[in-house]
Design a protein around this ligand. Structure first.
Ligand code: HEM
Length: 367
């Protein structure tokens, strides 16, 4: 079996930025294409529910992108994000208190499930005007779909993951139908008013309901892990301050973001610097991990600057994600002052474009 990397890997931050700023040369059309081609049985499971991801937002390289992006952006304006901070803090405090109670009663607690998983999902659904329900299913579906589209599942695993993706899609289509006639403003209704069809709305919803919360959960998970491991420049004690938690979240974004890479595809024969890039070449952009220092040891101006992409597809949730991560880290560090890692080698999610520890198990520090 060939293990040749099928991607042209671009690591230099200047070149990554160049690619992101030339969407007509380097199209995002491959953004949601399965990294591992899906085998017949998995495909049939998806086809049975008419699962489809027509290009609408992240993978849309046509001139409909700008208008659709504007509709979605209307749900994440700077003012909306600033206004939801108190709500994020309440949810973070409740979750952190819950973790502290578990720690008190059993001597240990797992922080991904207790503090990182649910607040980003609740906040996203509330911002989009959608009902907050079926959260455990949503979390599981998100993880399964990330593995199906960005992982390396074998045929048997693909089948399991495709069943999960099909369940998610059926749930989503029902939610879209219900939202179109629901009172008040919600994202799906706004997209229909903009002229999107139901399959297009489902495609957007499928991407956003994962991208809009699981990526943040994963950023929080890695940040918690590095803090409690003691391997980061910020201490657990310092993370209990607003400035400390923000600095630490930016450090993790720059060094090992939850979305370390993103893809583009050459739309025609083109160039990147002095290199000729043939039409159809798939490009893998390194967004994180290569930007903290330059070869001469100085700071790169691009440190952290590419982790949410750049240009016309730049992440619409960047501000929200950073705010949520910082508030949740701060509240958790405040509520759990004396903890240590219980499992120093947890299993990690390691897909092409997503990464995080699956668990962060901690116990009380010995007195
Ligand atoms: C730590 C958390 C997150 C990271 C690291 C992240 C990263 C990214 C990246 C790398 C892209 C591709 C950008 C490009 O192609 O130039 C992207 C796109 C996008 N993200 Fe995020 N994201 C995060 C959280 C969120 C959240 C919380 C939301 C919404 C609530 C969100 C919504 C979007 C949308 C809508 C796009 C597509 C924009 C477009 O194509 O016009 N993301 N994100």
């Amino acid at each position: 079996m060939s293990t040749r990397c099928p991607y042209l890997v671009v690591r230099d931050p200047g070149a990554v930025r160049d690619v992101l700023h030339r969407p007509t040369d380097f199209s995002p059309a491959n953004a949601l294409v399965a990294v591992t081609p899906l085998a017949g049985p998995a495909l049939r499971v998806l086809q049975r529910v008419s699962f489809a991801l027509p290009p609408v937002l992240a993978s849309n390289d046509t001139d409909t992108h700008a208008g659709i992006r504007k509709v979605v952006a209307g749900f994440f304006t700077p003012a909306t994000v600033a206004a939801i901070e108190p709500r994020i803090r309440v949810l973070a405090q409740e979750a952190a208190q819950n973790a502290a109670d578990q720690l008190d009663s059993s001597g240990h607690v797992e922080l991904v499930q207790t503090v990182a998983a649910f607040t980003p999902a609740v906040v996203m659904l509330e911002l989009l005007g959608l009902p907050v329900r079926d959260l455990a299913d949503l979390k599981r579906w998100g993880l399964d779909s990330m593995e199906l589209f960005w992982g390396w599942p074998d045929a048997a695993r693909q089948l399991e993951l495709a069943r999960s993706a099909a369940d998610f899609y059926v749930w989503l289509r029902r939610l879209v139908a219900e939202s179109l006639t629901a009172p008040g403003r919600n994202l799906f209704k706004s997209l229909a008013e903009h002229g999107l069809t139901t399959p297009e709305i489902c495609s957007l919803g499928y991407f956003l309901l994962i991208a809009g919360q699981e990526t943040t959960t994963q950023l929080i998970s890695t940040t918690l892990f590095r803090l409690v491991e003691g391997s980061s420049p910020t201490s657990w004690r310092d993370a209990a301050s607003e400035a400390g938690s923000r600095t630490m979240v930016r450090h993790v974004l720059a060094t090992e973001s939850s979305v370390p890479t993103w893809r583009r595809i050459a739309a025609h024969d083109t160039n990147l610097g002095d290199d000729m890039i043939p039409a159809g070449a798939e490009v893998l952009l390194e967004l994180s991990g290569n930007h903290t220092t330059s070869p001469d040891g100085g700071d790169r101006t691009t440190a952290y600057g590419l982790v949410f992409g750049s240009g016309i597809h730049r992440c619409l949730g960047a501000k929200l994600a950073e705010l949520e991560a910082a508030v949740i880290i701060q509240e958790t560090a405040l509520a759990l002052p004396g903890i240590q890692l219980r499992d120093r080698q947890p299993e990690w999610i390691r897909h092409l474009s997503f990464q995080a520890p699956r668990t962060v198990s901690v116990s009380m520090e010995p007195r």
